[in-house]
Design a protein around this ligand. Structure first.
Ligand code: GLN
Length: 223
């Protein structure tokens, strides 16, 4: 069983922030894309990207557009999600220096400090080594969040001066930097691979499909 890239549809939350560059990077990975603005846009996705921007504003807009609870539901139902910068903040289980009413989806077991690198390194570019990629990745940080604690099931794929900056936990991928701004699509490729793997698993778990496959295979064996 295989899933072709162009069978996959990946959404990008497009309420605010750097969503255009994510849509472009995903299109270069040969998947279909959807700009997610209303709850119905969350239907039938194989993955979703939560972009960088301003997590407090994005939180307010998620509530205002009626997206907040459905986003939490679809993501907890094992939809792969890639949160970058403000998107990582939205995914975290605990936010330090945030607004009391801002959304922490709790899909990534991590404590994250908003603007945790301070104003002097509000924007900087640093090469990082990423597990699973050969050669370094140019990481663009813009008022980046700092991850100060993570749970046991969170895997660190890249760090900078000891801080985790790229993390994976089940179907969740999260970066403190903006991978869509470096002109290097390898992390989007990594996410698309996660979406493809999850789509195949969902197909295997779909009993209707599995029974159909099994009987088709049986017919083939007996003919
Ligand atoms: N500091 C921003 C926030 O709190 C995140 C910055 C970014 O996404 N580039 O949401």
């Amino acid at each position: 069983m295989s899933t072709e890239r162009d069978d996959l549809t990946i959404g990008v939350l497009a309420l605010q922030g750097a969503f255009e560059a994510h849509l472009e990077a995903l299109a270069r990975c040969d998947v279909k894309t959807v700009a997610v603005r209303v709850p119905d846009d969350l239907d039938d996705l194989d993955g979703i990207v939560l972009p960088g921007g301003e997590s407090t504003t994005m939180s307010m807009m998620l509530e205002r557009n009626g997206l907040a609870s459905k986003l939490g539901e679809v993501c907890s139902g094992s939809l792969p999600v890639f949160g970058t910068c403000a998107g990582l903040i939205l995914l975290a289980s605990e936010i330090v220096d945030g607004r009391d009413d801002q959304i922490a989806l709790g899909l990534l077991d991590a404590v994250v400090v908003r603007n945790g690198y301070g104003r002097q390194v509000a924007s900087t570019e640093v090469d990082v080594d990423v597990d699973g990629l050969s050669g370094s990745f140019r990481a663009v940080y813009i008022r980046a969040p700092r991850v100060t604690a993570i749970g046991d099931d969170v895997e660190v794929l890249a760090s900078r001066n000891g801080d985790p900056v790229l993390l994976r936990s089940g179907a969740v991928l999260a970066s403190a930097f903006h991978p869509e701004l470096s002109g290097d699509d390898r992390l989007h490729e990594m996410f698309v691979d996660m979406c493809a793997a999850q789509a195949i698993e969902a197909m295997m778990n779909d009993t209707t499909l599995r029974t159909g496959c099994e009987s088709a295979c049986a017919t083939e064996r007996t003919s």
